[in-house]
Design a binder for this molecule. Structure first.
Ligand SMILES: [Zn+2]
Length: 318
């Protein structure tokens, strides 16, 4: 268990002086950039008995061992298991934190650490309960929040916490990281995932579907409406619209500046499609996708929408 290489700067920022570690800390940045992993390792470091002798944590002390078996009395987390059916972190989870901090630390002068993953999922009652804890933080307590949606946290929670911004990995970071997983494997969709290797890995079960849809889109004017399959919706309409947006963006980019961004491996096909496309129809198609995205979260007749979208798609090409 280690932090990702693109988070080294954040690590250095935070652990330059552990004694002055803040009571409240918010780690924020893009989804799937590895922040939750960072928060967990930061928690382990704060609890490890030998952290002054090592860069992260020692991995062999009693505290590290309890941490690994998820039984450390001075560490608590609110994670996916704590969410209700609507993916909301409710007040009960935060009340548990209050009870947790009321007990003194297991170690003499040790810290008690709580991590709330994806803290933007707290409802208002939970947020207010957390605010109460942050207003009068117990000695040696640390509360780490992670979020990909900083603006949805209460301003009063933010003002009582230190904010640490995380960025997504560079393309070079991403390719280096993927090489460590499998140095011989090609990752043709890395740019489709905005060069975020964790997003790519998290969505890997959808790659066959991605290939299937792209092979249909490659037909351009000859796109066959009967190719549309219920599975195309298995990740929700937004996922499909995002794919269409990126695909049409690349056709437009090819037409305008002869480049691809999201699908560099499909250069030949995209260039061909771009040459046979009508720019104003392409722009109209993109506008349509944006409109559909706006109401995609409300109950709509998906099949009707899709038919219209793909009939438009075919009209792009002359
Ligand atoms: Zn240790």
């Amino acid at each position: 268990m280690n932090i990702y290489s693109w988070h080294e700067r954040n690590w250095a920022n935070l652990f330059i002086d552990t004694k002055r570690f803040p009571h409240g800390l918010i780690l924020y940045g893009p989804r799937d950039s590895g922040i939750n992993n960072f928060a967990s390792i930061a928690g382990k470091r704060l609890i490890c008995s030998n952290s002054n002798k090592t860069e992260r944590y020692c991995g062999i002390c009693q505290n590290c061992s309890w941490f690994d078996s998820q039984s450390h009395p001075d560490f608590i987390s609110v994670n996916n298991d704590s969410l209700d059916e609507k993916n909301i972190i409710k007040i009960d989870s935060i009340r548990n934190l209050k009870d947790f901090f009321e007990l003194s630390s297991h170690q003499k002068n040790g810290k008690k650490v709580a991590v709330i993953y994806d803290a933007h999922q707290m409802n208002l009652a939970a947020s207010n309960a957390l605010l109460k804890i942050l207003e009068e933080p117990p000695n040696d307590s640390v509360i780490i929040l992670t979020t990909s949606n900083l603006s949805s946290l209460l301003p009063t929670i933010k003002s009582r916490s230190r904010l640490e911004s995380f960025s997504k990995p560079s393309y070079e970071d991403a390719t280096n990281f993927l090489k460590t997983i499998n140095k011989d494997h090609q990752y043709p969709f890395l740019q489709f995932y905005n060069s975020n290797p964790l997003a790519l890995i998290n969505d890997c079960e959808n790659h066959p579907l991605l290939i299937e849809i792209i092979s249909s889109l490659k037909l351009g004017k000859k796109f066959d409406l009967s190719d549309i399959d219920g599975r195309w919706f298995s990740n929700g309409l937004i996922w499909l619209i995002n794919l269409l947006q990126k695909w049409s963006y690349d056709i437009l980019l090819s037409k305008l500046v002869n480049q691809q961004y999201y699908f560099p491996n499909e250069e030949l096909t995209i260039n061909q499609l771009a040459r046979s496309s009508n720019t104003s129809a392409l722009l109209k198609f993109q506008k349509m996708l944006m409109d559909v995205k706006l109401y995609a979260t409300s109950p709509v007749n998906k099949e009707i929408n899709l038919d219209i979208i793909f009939i438009y798609y075919r009209k792009i090409f002359i």
